[in-house]
Ligand binder design. Structure first.
Ligand code: KIV
Ligand code: ZN
Length: 515
């Protein structure tokens, strides 16, 4: 029997630190529910002190999830730990994850603290967190660039103070696999009480090595891996959950441990996260990319038909491709709609929200024959957005696009409740629509990214548009879906504008600690 490998998902916390990926409370609950269904062991739901919204989101996840441990992040300061404790209070199993940087570069330049001060504060933070819960995790931030003697002292002290999990982050993704594996091995050998805690790893992907480093750590004794769906996360992201889980499962001959995950939830979870954050999954992404199980070359196709294992090391259905896809259509009634939503773990707060989603479903079914789970997820996201008291709302859009003519868009927006109209030409229909919107809303930010993806296949598919805007260093992503991609684009643009005009009040976890 293999030893357990604990999967700690931080999509809702580190994943949310991807520029523009911030999620609402309800979106976090939807993602947490699918993680729970996947049997993820620990869900890091957010950084409660970051903003009142994030506090509420962690609390809502703690209330909604019963099978997984729910964790809140806290710097090693009183207000962070107290706020995290308050947020996870409703959880059946709650964890506080506290951290402080231990590398010379962070201690000297960011914290302006000596080694002794950092050591003392780390012990203090773990003891304080232990006053609220028995399940405390400690991370020496930037461990990958810390001095090993000091790291050993800190780990020994925090384990003594009551940390049941010690997490070793390669915060800036600097380590190489053999080096990171050796670090974990040395720490386990040199820290005298290392057998009293679970060793965890948290690797960033700056050199594209997050998964390789995490797996090397597992081979050297780490028994918890921190990861995110689709590898989302700060800068180049974190280790991707799907790659870690499937590597360990597929190479049982190499790894002495395994997870307890239901891997058939992987693709639905990947789609949900992509839909909610607006971060598309690249087609050649391992496990969850559209081409991950597609065979283009004739030789490969022939081989797979004769014996699947000639070119496939995993089965598509084992990671959720093709599974969980029930088709609804124009004749599906309210009950079929409701029961499919229930199976997808989507709940509405009120009958009114359900009715609004059902109306949208009927509209969509008029335009598109078959409605898949992905369409339902997009539709629910739209209903969620509607609840957001948007500053700008699309009332109507008319675009003329014709060979030999300059495209022209007329738009009507509700701005804080009152209607305003404008028209503008553009180089194409989307450009004209954005310019018309700008004439009403004013130019709010610089467009960094515009991307369109089809949610399902076929020309009647809904287009899912992501728009990324930047203003004064703040980056937001907007998304919208519609069978008409110009309308989807306008919705995505307005969604991003609404985020830009909303006050930004988040504290970043890795900001200097206001001790
Ligand atoms: O990357 C990092 O060091 C972190 C810590 C808070 C664990 O995200
Ligand atoms: Zn991180």
């Amino acid at each position: 029997m293999n030893e357990p490998l604990i999967i700690f998902d931080t999509t809702l916390r580190d994943g949310e630190q991807s520029p523009g990926a911030s999620m609402t409370r309800d979106e976090k609950v939807r993602i947490a529910k699918i993680l729970e269904r996947m049997r993820v062991d620990v869900i890091e739901a957010g950084f409660p002190v970051a903003s009142p919204g994030d506090f509420e989101a962690v609390k809502a996840v703690a209330e909604a999830v019963t099978e997984s441990t729910v964790c809140g992040l806290a710097r090693a300061v009183e207000k962070d730990i107290d706020r995290a404790a308050e947020a996870i209070k409703p959880a059946k199993r709650g964890r506080i994850h506290t951290f402080i940087a231990t590398s010379p570069i962070h201690m000297q330049n960011k914290l302006r603290m000596t080694e002794e001060q950092v050591l003392e504060r780390a012990i203090w933070a773990v003891e304080r967190a232990r006053q609220y819960t028995d399940d405390v995790e400690f991370s020496p931030e930037d461990a990958g660039r810390s001095e090993i003697d000091f790291l050993c002292r800190v780990l020994e002290a925090v384990i003594k103070a009551g940390a049941g999990t010690v997490n070793i982050p390669d915060t800036v993704g600097y380590n190489l696999p053999h080096q990171f594996g050796a670090l974990i091995k040395s720490l386990r050998e040199r820290v005298p009480n290392s057998d009293k805690a679970v060793f965890s790893v948290h690797c960033h992907n700056d050199l594209g090595l997050a998964v390789a480093n995490s797996l090397s750590a597992v081979l050297n004794g780490a028994r918890q891996v921190e990861c995110t769906i689709n590898g989302l996360g700060e800068r180049a992201g974190n280790a991707s959950l799907e790659e870690i889980v499937m590597a360990v499962r597929t190479r049982r001959d190499i790894f002495p441990c395994d997870t307890r995950l239901d891997t058939t939830q992987i693709v639905p979870a990947s789609r949900l996260v992509s839909n909610i954050t607006g971060f598309p999954v690249q087609p050649n992404k391992a496990i969850v990319g559209a081409n991950a199980f597609a065979h283009e070359s004739g030789i490969h196709q022939d081989g797979v038909i004769k014996k699947r294992e000639t070119y496939e090391i995993m089965r598509a259905e084992d990671v959720g491709w093709l599974a969980n896809r029930m088709v609804l259509g124009k004749h599906s009634g309210r009950n079929a709609f409701k029961s499919r939503l229930k199976e997808l773990n989507i709940e509405f707060k009120s009958e009114q929200d359900l009715n609004s989603a059902f109306d949208r479903f009927k509209d969509l079914a008029d335009k598109k024959h078959e409605i898949f789970d992905e369409d339902l997820q997009a539709l629910v996201t739209e209903v969620d957005l509607e609840q957001g008291n948007e500053h700008f709302r699309l009332v109507s859009l008319k675009v003329c696009s014709q060979t030999g003519e300059t495209p022209y868009a007329n738009v009507t927006l509700a701005v804080n409740g009152s209607e305003e109209k404008a028209g503008a030409p553009g180089s194409g229909p989307v450009d004209a629509a954005f310019k018309a919107i700008d004439s009403v809303a004013g130019s709010q930010g610089q467009l960094l990214l515009y991307s369109v993806n089809n949610i399902t296949s076929g020309t009647d598919s809904q287009g899912e548009v992501t728009v990324r805007l930047e203003r004064g260093g703040r980056i937001v992503n907007g998304h919208g879906a519609d069978t008409d991609i110009v309308i989807a684009s306008a919705k995505a643009y307005l969604n991003a504008l609404n985020k830009l005009v909303a006050p930004a009040e988040r504290t970043h976890p890795q900001a200097g600690q206001p001790i």
